[in-house]
Design a binder for this molecule. Structure first.
Ligand code: SAH
Length: 460
């Protein structure tokens, strides 16, 4: 039996993709994951099925579990020969008592490793467009905790930039300490709330007006403060604040990353049909079709899963031609050893129909495996061109409860299918007026219009 081991892993500052490759791989393998309160849910979903996930929720002095209990649990689980991942916000050794947890392991004779993380102290300024050091401003930076035991002063180190963590409830004390240490009242200071996340806020001021400014803004945790001349660069370098924030409600959000900051809140899920008996009959005799058309990568996945369940594989397709709408669909086909014969440049049913207009489709037999309740534009267009069309439902979409989203921090909503439109209107009613809606393809736009949503079409 393998020996148990504890990995103290940094999860990064919030943006899920800022975990290290090593941390990610360990997360996929761990038997037990003990995580802090601030760890994003999307990250925890990457744990292997059946992994035990324990929240030891820790935030600004409020501990769901006492530190000695956390240490004991790490050791107990490792001694059960488990791979234990202690997932901590940012970097495990920068505040947050990672050092103490490592000590507890060492004292108990439990094997441990530390996987550093991207600390919020440096990543959050980056996302605010504030480089902590800069040749024109300062050659050094200090990182300081704003959380001190009752009565203890905050010591201000001698540095050109000072970054405070855990300081929200102590901001008056921080400002007083800075002034006391000789910083001028006009010195620049910034607060960055929810850094690296879609709802990041950057609030700037000077030491003399800042306490009032953040009070008026209702600043909450988590937040860091940055003090120093580098804060001036925020306006010029505010790259993250300029990216549109896009709420994606469907599956496969990675496809849209080039469009902006993706806020993924799946509202529908693709699942098996209850009954495949009809489709199984179709699968037994695929060779009678001339064309097989896939409209989404989900369709490809469910089609081949069912094909395999029937003891068949890609060879069952014989000489049939294959078409795909969208590069992602074509890419998914490659995973099953198929190079699509036709992928329209314009990624839509209309684009595919345009391509089929150039071919002789008279009496050609076409199979379209896709979702139940799919739009009719494609089959209708093919029938008009003389083809015999069989639509085969291979999966269905069901509604799921999306995690909370703050619409004040959303610029666009992307509807990727009719089912996302229906689920959204059912759950939220209307699209808030400051948000612009987009649809993937004309059938989705038609569905949106039916629900009173005016949306522009985007091509992927
Ligand atoms: N080990 C962590 C810090 C733990 S202390 C790290 O390396 O990042 C917790 C403090 O980190 C919070 O009080 C806050 O000041 C800061 N913090 C963590 N995540 C943050 C975020 N997304 N935005 C702003 N501050 C954050």
């Amino acid at each position: 039996m393998p020996k148990g081991k504890v990995y103290l892993v940094g999860a990064g500052p919030g943006d899920v993709e800022l975990i290290t490759l090593k941390g990610y791989k360990l997360l996929c393998q761990a038997d037990v994951v003990l995580h802090d309160h601030l760890i994003p849910a999307e990250l925890l979903q990457l744990a292997k099925p059946g992994a035990e996930i324990i929240s030891v929720g820790k935030f600004a002095g409020q501990h769901t579990m006492r530190q000695d209990r956390i240490n004991a649990l790490l050791i107990e689980k490792a001694k059960e020969h488990k791979t234990v991942l202690r997932l901590k916000g940012g970097d495990p050794f920068l505040f947050g008592r990672g050092g103490e947890e490592a000590e507890a392991c060492a004292e108990a004779g439990v094997d441990f490793e530390v996987v550093p993380g991207i600390t919020s102290a440096l990543a959050v300024p980056s996302y605010a467009g504030i480089p902590p050091t800069h040749r024109d401003f300062t050659p050094n930076v200090a990182i300081v905790t704003g959380h001190r035991k009752e009565g203890k002063e905050i010591e201000i180190p001698n540095a050109g930039t000072i970054i405070f963590l855990m300081g929200v409830s102590n901001i008056q004390k921080i400002v007083n300490s800075l002034l006391g240490a000789g910083w001028p009242p006009q010195a620049k200071i910034a607060a960055v709330e929810n850094g690296t996340l879609y709802n990041q806020r950057v609030i700037t001021g000077t030491l003399e007006d800042f306490v009032q400014i953040i009070q008026d803004a209702g600043l909450s945790t988590p937040a860091i403060f940055i003090v120093g001349q580098v804060v001036e660069l925020h306006e010029k370098l505010n790259w993250f604040g300029k990216k549109p924030r896009i709420l994606v409600l469907g599956t496969n959000p990675e496809r849209y990353m080039h469009l902006g900051t993706i806020v993924h809140r799946p509202i529908v899920e693709c699942v098996d049909l209850e009954d495949y008996s009809e489709f199984d009959v179709t699968l037994k005799d695929l060779r009678r079709f001339n064309w097989l058309i896939f409209t989404s990568s989900n369709g490809v996945r469910f089609f081949f899963t069912r094909l395999h369940r029937n003891g068949l594989d890609t060879r069952a397709l014989g000489a049939m031609k294959v078409a795909a709408i969208g590069k992602a669909t074509a890419q998914q086909l490659m995973n099953y050893g198929i190079l699509a014969d036709l992928v329209p440049e314009w990624e839509s049913s209309a684009g595919l129909l345009e391509e089929f207009s150039k071919l002789d489709m008279q009496n050609k037999r076409v199979l379209i495996p896709r979702a139940t309740m799919a739009p009719s534009e494609l089959p209708r267009g093919l029938i008009e061109r003389g083809a015999e069309v069989e639509e085969a439902p291979v999966y269905q979409t069901v509604e799921t409860e999306p995690a909370d989203v703050d619409f004040d921090h959303i610029d666009h909503i992307l509807f990727t299918s009719g089912s996302t439109v229906r689920a959204f209107t059912k759950k939220f009613g209307r699209v808030p007026s400051h948000i612009k809606a987009y649809c993937l393809g004309r059938p989705t736009q038609t569905e949106a219009a039916k629900h009173g949503i005016e949306a522009e079409i985007i091509t992927n």
